[in-house]
Write a protein that binds this ligand. Structure first.
Ligand code: URP
Ligand code: ZN
Ligand code: ZN
Length: 459
């Protein structure tokens, strides 16, 4: 039995056209008009709706353990369900080994977190937070296990940062094997000094989190990482770009013809540093790293998205409840768990860029779906509307209103950074491999139906 989506406007990264789309099993079968229809086929009337490839969120931290017993509040079940409600049909999550833990052991742990729970398809990136030779000896096995992207941090010296030498070693291996290194770019050692100095002055309110991590130190780390990649001719992907300084470093690299990719996140486009100054302890709700920046940076990021300097928009979804988690840092910003919830609201927020004429609807599709699929090795299976691709499809209602209050959303977190906002543009139906998993307010998917996306080297 087939499903026919009729009367809609197909919107891809390259064009918008009136056409129907036929789904057979898990795949897109054909696109056109007067498509064959047999008794028993399901007809979906998409009049007034846009038919788009499902969103791909290439940066999530579901069920991420941080310190003690604290974990990101969405696990693979609640997080992927919320993602689906927002129009996202695939995520790529970060396997985050504890220092000292083997990479393959950590990969096993993450498979265990996702298996039986994920409602949409998922892949993994591997974080390399330890530079011992035993860790590097495992890289080939990780690649063979379907994980061809590796994340490094130039921040968090006590837990995640590795040295420039180790980064260069990873980039060298990566260039040889055709994999991609993803980088969190902030100067961790300088941040540690600034943080200690703020603490000595008893400047421990949430807003000092941002003061301890100035944008110039993101720009410096971005330029340094690009230099390291250039030395060994390796491609590089900068995660969560927040500021003008980093964007300028990326632009300079692109002008030199380097293979540098980047993403930003909705919160760097829609929120600003002043949120950290909200009265009481409310500012803690906006603590993430890199931090929110003054408004002027967002303007430049939008330009970067429109001009093609920034390739994608991912979420860095890393939610923590306000009560009991963010409040751990009531007396000291260093104890506030870093991260914001966003897996469900990414498409609706980015759609505002279309409404405000900052980006076209085709660029929107490219940023939230097609580019992440291409960069991370999921194309042509995902991120496109072409025969043979997975039928991961969003029927987008440009007129549907969504309240961004925590009480109206599905993420498992007790607050929303966008409380009080109502925006236009949301999915009316979401298909994952041909199955309708969201229909209006109803979730029809099942935990565990999501499949692991084994990826091959892309470069
Ligand atoms: O604040 C954030 N972004 N937390 C998640 C970890 C990371 O740095 O991406
Ligand atoms: Zn990061
Ligand atoms: Zn992250």
């Amino acid at each position: 039995m087939a499903t026919l989506i009729v009367n809609g406007t197909l919107v891809t990264a390259s064009e918008s056209l009136k056409a129907d789309l036929r789904i057979e099993g898990e795949k897109i079968d054909r696109i056109g008009t007067n498509l064959p229809c047999a008794p028993g086929d399901t007809i979906v009337d998409a009049r007034g709706l846009l038919v788009m490839p499902g969103g791909i969120d290439a940066h999530t931290h579901l069920d991420l353990p941080i310190s003690g017993t604290l974990r990101a509040s969405d696990d693979f079940e609640t997080g992927t369900r919320a993602a689906a409600f927002g129009g996202t049909t695939s995520v790529i999550d970060f396997v985050s080994p504890a220092r000292g833990q083997g990479l393959m052991a950590a990969l096993d742990t993450w498979h265990g977190l996702a298996r039986g729970k994920a409602a949409i398809d998922y892949g993994f990136h591997m974080s390399v937070v330890d530079e011992r030779p035993e860790i590097f000896a495992e890289l080939d096995a990780v690649l063979d296990a379907g994980v061809p992207s590796f994340k490094i941090y130039t921040a968090y010296p006590d837990t995640l940062m590795i040295s420039d030498g180790a980064i260069l070693r990873l980039l060298t291996w990566s260039a040889r094997r055709g994999t991609l290194v993803l980088a969190h770019a902030e100067n961790g050692s300088a941040i540690a000094e600034l943080t200690a100095s703020l603490a000595r002055e008893k400047k421990l309110a949430p807003r000092y989190h941002a003061e301890s991590r100035p944008s110039i130190l993101e720009g410096e780390a971005t330029a340094r990482l690009i230099a390291l990649a250039e030395v060994v001719d390796a491609p590089l992907y900068i995660v969560h770009v927040t500021c003008i300084e980093a964007l300028e470093a990326i632009r300079a690299a692109l002008r030199r013809g380097l293979d540098v990719y980047s993403e930003t996140c909705p919160h760097y486009l829609f929120l600003a540093e002043e949120a950290l100054r909200r009265p009481g302890f409310e500012g803690a709700k906006f603590v993430c790293s890199p931090p929110l920046r003054p408004q002027a940076h967002a303007q430049k990021l939008w330009q970067g998205l429109a001009l093609g300097d920034i390739d994608a928009v991912s979420t860095d979804h890393c939610p923590f409840d306000f009560d009991g988690a963010k409040t751990l840092g009531r007396e000291d910003f260093r104890k506030i768990p870093n991260g914001l919830p966003s897996i469900e609201t990414r498409l609706t927020l980015m759609w505002q860029g279309v409404l405000q004429r900052r980006i076209s609807e085709n660029r929107f599709v490219e940023l939230v779906s097609t580019a992440p699929a291409r960069i991370h090795g999921l194309c042509p299976r995902k991120g496109v509307l072409t025969p043979g691709a997975d039928a991961d499809i969003v029927l987008w209602d440009p007129n549907k209103e969504v309240r961004l209050d925590a009480s109206a959303l599905h993420m498992r977190v007790d607050y929303s950074p966008y409380e009080g906002m109502t925006l236009r543009g949301a999915p009316s139906q979401v298909f994952s491999r041909g199955e309708c998993i969201v229909d209006g307010e109803a979730f029809l998917g099942k935990p565990g139906r999501g499949q692991f996306l084994r990826r091959a080297p892309t470069q």
